[in-house]
Ligand binder design. Structure first.
Ligand SMILES: [Zn+2]
Ligand SMILES: [Zn+2]
Length: 198
């Protein structure tokens, strides 16, 4: 499963709309489950459906405090679950916690088609993120540390409060370049994806 957090003024629907628009053509099947704060987009190729796979690439998108969190993984096409009589449960899970349906993509690393498709999906996502002016970096709003004594918003990196001079401490937020997770200064590896931090 690949996860990223994008910070800024962006909504899950911005990403869903871009994915549906892009993949609603030719060899692809695309569907959206849920809307607004939490949603799930599924994309499959017709080969994936007919080769006994019945699988799809699932994109779970959720609103977080400062933007959106996205996870891409493999999951069963919801329509398939329907034919197995599991619609209600699967749909409910998809709506309540879209992330729970996802499985790690690399477990199916032999499935080249899925991997290629997931790359294409990330490309479409990144494009939509850029268009919305969001990024893996902290938004301006989060780039402030509020002084616990006087409530003044201070720019990141400021050792002392610009208003009252109180020390702001070593806990200054930053994000992982790779996945967008908010990390504290002084951490060596990202606690989310494990990549070394700058
Ligand atoms: Zn202060
Ligand atoms: Zn990371």
């Amino acid at each position: 499963m690949q996860s990223r957090i994008y910070h800024g003024d962006i909504e899950p629907n911005d990403i869903a709309r871009a994915l549906v628009a892009y993949f609603h053509r030719g060899n692809f099947r695309v569907q959206q489950i849920g809307k607004n704060e939490k949603l799930n987009v599924q994309i499959a190729t017709h080969q994936m459906a007919t080769s006994g796979g019945q699988t799809a690439i699932g994109i779970a998108i959720e609103k977080v405090e400062d933007g959106i969190s996205i996870q891409v993984g493999q999951q069963a096409w919801i329509g398939v679950a329907a034919s197995l009589g599991k619609t209600a449960i699967t749909l409910m899970t998809a709506l309540k916690n879209p992330f729970r349906l996802l499985e790690r993509l690399d477990d199916l690393a032999q499935d080249i088609e899925s991997l290629r498709l997931s790359e294409e999906i990330w490309r479409v996502i990144e494009e939509a993120v850029r268009r919305a002016g969001a990024s893996l970096e902290l938004s301006e709003r989060m780039r402030r540390i509020v002084c616990e004594y006087c409530n003044t918003a201070n720019p990141i990196g400021e050792p002392r409060c610009i208003a009252c001079g109180a020390p702001l401490g070593s806990v200054q937020p930053d994000t992982c370049d790779y996945c967008g997770f908010v990390v504290n200064k002084g951490e060596i590896n990202c606690p989310y994806c494990g990549k070394p931090l700058q």
